[in-house]
Ligand binder design. Structure first.
Ligand SMILES: [Zn+2]
Length: 182
């Protein structure tokens, strides 16, 4: 008996009515980048079903180099699977979603940040950069960061959104935009 036991039982329920799908293009033509917070699961909040959209999650839902790497690979993979030779902005849209009451907001406090750095060995500057205190500001910055990356395919568009923990509502902060490199 471990803490995993209850989840294994849920999986048993799930597998009883499951039917597998082959690897294909995401049906929504979307990729979601969001926080790992268990209150903002995009499967629930955005009603995503299996096969609908790849989801990339980290603390804050920040556009880090690792996220940019994943998106570059997914763009390549999507073109390989789909054989897409379409015009700019047609491959898929990346929705960057930040949220209110984000736990990374604690990192804006210098003494909290120093303690976190000492306890984890993570660089204090990196922790500071990951903080989401105002999601409307950080989501705009992260959309701009992704659009500015030379690794971003011109066939990919990017949008920014804020999820409000208090209301359950998602608000669009930045409309879908393609890379200026295109
Ligand atoms: Zn968060």
């Amino acid at each position: 008996m471990t803490k995993m036991t209850a989840l294994l039982e849920r999986n048993e329920q799930f597998a009883r009515t499951y039917s597998p799908a082959s690897l294909g293009l995401p049906t929504t033509q979307m990729i979601v980048v969001t926080c790992l917070d268990h209150r903002v699961d995009p499967a629930i909040v955005l009603g995503l079903q299996l096969g609908d959209a790849p989801v990339i999650r980290n603390a804050g839902g920040r556009v880090t180099q690792a996220v940019i790497d994943d998106i570059a690979f997914l763009a390549f993979l999507t073109e390989q699977i789909g054989g897409g030779q379409g015009p700019a902005g047609t491959l898929f849209e990346v929705a960057v979603v930040h949220h209110t009451q984000c736990g990374t907001g604690f990192l804006a406090d210098p003494s909290f940040r120093q303690q976190a750095a000492a306890a984890t060995g993570l660089a204090e500057a990196a922790l500071e950069a990951s903080a989401v205190t105002d999601p409307h500001i950080t989501v705009k910055a992260d959309v701009a960061r992704l659009l500015a990356s030379p690794m971003l395919s011109p066939k990919v568009s990017v949008s920014g959104h804020v999820y409000d923990i208090a209301t359950g509502r998602l608000t669009t902060t930045v409309d879908a935009t393609s890379s200026p490199n295109s």
